[in-house]
Every structure is written in structure tokens, then in C-alpha cells.
Design a protein around this ligand. Structure first.
Ligand code: NAP
Length: 263
């Protein structure tokens, strides 16, 4: 079992939802946090409510612009000494049909969810090797099957599996471990910031989000799985059964998934 006491944990998307709940869970376990997102004001508010607030660091990070990521990583390492755990959590969802979605919206979703995680990870890799660190990737059950209104979102999450499963094989000899997390429906504001076909925010709290698992419960299960170095974990309520249906009885899966409500 890994202990996170006095470990430096860098969380992207820490200003809301699962990232915020992960910040609380890791801080409760004695971790030293690097909280990253675009909304620095919100990050500072969260930091101030965490145990040992003074040891945590807030940084501004836009996952669509990693042109200065190496300088950012260097400044964080200079400030906190090392990074033991990177949590690639920041992301946006989608609520639009393939037939109505211009390519730039697909690219934007890939940029945040896939290239954002890839770019930051590559920049941090040398220092993660030094401490035999851990990478936690917040994918989704949409990383396991496609779904209505989620074409680019599901593609970005599938892509994370391909990339980070390859990285896990390559980096095992350097002592780096990877935990892929596939949440189902979690009660966060992700549907609010999801992009529609115009590339604007959906701005609606969807039923699936409102009735989902509390983010705190999800975060607790993520940290437990990561502490056991699990390569992959499914987290959610009955919706995660769909992953098993697809794997073991794909013909039943196709009938069931076609009847689900998209929001
Ligand atoms: N909620 C669910 O049902 C669910 C299910 C499966 C997987 N997930 C995954 O869980 C992760 C967290 O989502 P959530 O549900 O907690 O949603 P959320 O409450 O909307 O949080 C998303 C986080 O991502 C950050 N973010 C968005 N765009 C960004 C950008 N361009 N640069 C940097 N940070 C950015 C946001 O911060 P700023 O706006 O401050 O930048 C925010 O902190 C996502 O990867 C999502 O795909 C969620």
C-alpha cells in the first residue's frame, strides 16, 4: 500500500468536482498539494479550507496551452522540491451530435482531455522517474464504450487508455505506476461546462449528473485504488455494469446501451 503522507500530489482540475474532492481526500491523508486549474480564485478558496493550507500551492494551468509547460514544471519543482504523484483529472465533456459538431469542437475536447494530460505528463516524467512516482488518470466509462452526444469525449477518454497503458509498460522499469480511473455518473458540474455543437457551454445540470455518486465518495474510492497501485478501477453506481456487459455479453450490451438516456 502507498501512503500519501508528506507526498507531493499535483492535481489538475482541482477547482471543482472530482478534482476538488480529491484535493480534500489527499490533504486529509497528509499530502502536500499542487492545485492546478484556470480558475485560480476558486483554487485559493479551496486551498484555504484544506488541512495544512499553508503547505499547498496553487498554480494557473490551462490544459489547452502547454507552450510554457516545461518552465511551469521547473518552477513547481523549485518551489516544492519534487512531485510524487500526478493526477490528470482536468477535463470537459460534450453534449452534441456527430452530424452537427464542427471539427474544431472535437479538437478542443481532445486538446483538453487528451493532449493536456499527455503534455503535462511528458514534462513531469523525468522528475517522476527520480521518485518512482505515480500517475493517476481520470478517464471515464466513456473510455470503455461510445455513447450518445459524447463522440469526441469518448474518443478522448479511449485515447487516454491507449497512451497511458503504453506508458505504464515503458515506465515500469523506472518504477512509475499508473492507475486508470473510469468513473460512471458522478455528481459534479461537468454537464454545465460540456461543449455543445456551437462550442458553447451546455449550461445545464443533467439528470445523470444530479443523481450520480457524490464526488467525495468517488474521490475516496480513487485514492484507495491508487494506494493499492491498481492498474484500473471502475467507480460509480449501476451504470458501471455496462462495462462488464460490453466485455462479456456484447450483444446484450448493444441493446441496453441503445435505450439509455443521453443526459
Ligand atoms: N462527473 C462525471 O460524471 C464524470 C464521469 C467520468 C469521468 N469524469 C472525469 O472527471 C474529471 C473531472 O470532472 P468533474 O466531473 O469533476 O467536472 P468539473 O466539476 O466540471 O471539473 C472539471 C475540472 O477541469 C478543469 N478544466 C476544464 N477545462 C480546463 C482547461 N482548459 N485547463 C485546465 N483545467 C481545466 C476545471 O477547472 P477550470 O475551469 O478552473 O480550469 C475543473 O476544475 C474529468 O476528466 C471528467 O471527464 C467525470
Amino acid at each position: 500500500m502507498r501512503s500519501y503522507h508528506n507526498k507531493v500530489v499535483w492535481i489538475t482540475g482541482a477547482s471543482s468536482g472530482i478534482g476538488e474532492a480529491l484535493a480534500r481526500e489527499f490533504a486529509n491523508q497528509g499530502a502536500i498539494l499542487v492545485l492546478a486549474a484556470r480558475n485560480v480564485q476558486k483554487l485559493n478558496q479551496i486551498k484555504d479550507t484544506l488541512p495544512n493550507a499553508e503547505v499547498h500551492t496553487v498554480i494557473s494551468l490551462n490544459l489547452t496551452d502547454l507552450s510554457n509547460v516545461d518552465a511551469l514544471v521547473s518552477s513547481v519543482i523549485d518551489h516544492v522540491g519534487r512531485v510524487d504523484v500526478l493526477v490528470n483529472n482536468g477535463g470537459i465533456s460534450q453534449r452534441s451530435l456527430v452530424g452537427e459538431t464542427p471539427l474544431e469542437v472535437d479538437r478542443k475536447i481532445m486538446e483538453v482531455n487528451f493532449f493536456g494530460a499527455v503534455g503535462l505528463t511528458k514534462s513531469l516524467l523525468p522528475s517522476l522517474r527520480e521518485v518512482k512516482g505515480q500517475i493517476i488518470v481520470i478517464s471515464s466509462i466513456s473510455g470503455k464504450f461510445g455513447f450518445f452526444l459524447r463522440s469526441a469525449y469518448a474518443a478522448s477518454k479511449h485515447a487516454l487508455h491507449g497512451f497511458f497503458e503504453s506508458l505504464a509498460l515503458e515506465e515500469a522499469s523506472h518504477g512509475i505506476t499508473v492507475t486508470m480511473v473510469c468513473p460512471g455518473k458522478i455528481n459534479t458540474e461537468i454537464s454545465m461546462s460540456a461543449l455543445n455543437a456551437q462550442g458553447e457551454t451546455h449550461n445545464e445540470m443533467d439528470h445523470n449528473q444530479e443523481t450520480g455518486m457524490p464526488a467525495e465518495v468517488c474521490a475516496r474510492q480513487i485514492v484507495r485504488a491508487a494506494s493499492k497501485n491498481k492498474p484500473e478501477v471502475l467507480i460509480g453506481n449501476k451504470e458501471i455494469i455496462a462495462v462488464y456487459l460490453k466485455r462479456f455479453v456484447p450483444c446484450i450490451f448493444r441493446r441496453v446501451i441503445a435505450k439509455q438516456k443521453a443526459t
